[in-house]
Design a protein around this ligand. Sequence first.
Ligand code: NI
Length: 240
Amino acid sequence: MAQVLPGAGAPAYVRGMTRIIQIVSVLLVLLIGGAWGAAWFGRGPGESVSDAFLRSIARLTGGDMPAPSAGGIQLAQGVSLGGPFTLVDHTGRTVTDRDFAGRPLLVYFGFTYCPDVCPTELGTIAAALDAMGPAGERVTPILVTIDPERDTPAALADYVSRFHPRMIGLTGSAEQVAAAARAYRVYYARVRPRDSTDYLMDHSSFIYFVGPDGRVRSLFRPETTPEAIAAAITSQLRAL
Ligand code: NI
């Protein structure tokens, strides 16, 4: 009996399958390459190629993403951030998302030992609320720690009061914090600098604007100015 070898001697259906796989591969490469190309040429002012790429992929997969609003990133339709959580506030009281229902929030995930980024972003939140005037009083600023081991309710109480009189600090068990961070797609990891005995937390740094329904309406990149955040939120509050 003749042995079946791939190539010319292979049965027709094997050659057919190979051809289909080749065509599909080429089409996939063209599709992804095309999306990157479109992202490169079609990106908006100030938009990175990867953001534009995600936007074009979202369009291809049916999830259309509206153009980013002033200072804020709109979420793709079908992408949901936020949701239920159970944490402990800076007075030691257990709170859930239901305690904040009906209130627009500005939420930031960080930690009190952060040397630079967290204090800057929390200062930005406070400045944005001040810049909004009376409308800013509708919005509750919240810091959720991603370092619950060191950020006890007492440590948070002292820390948040330095930024804004109405700022709420939230902590909890490692599991509670992990669940809340997961709901907001927050990345965090413990890192130890070489010449230090103390650890630091590496973490993603977005300011989330949360609607009265507990869902994230928009998020702001690090270094967005307080004025841009204030303008974006003022217009979104009018639409609520
Ligand atoms: Ni930080």
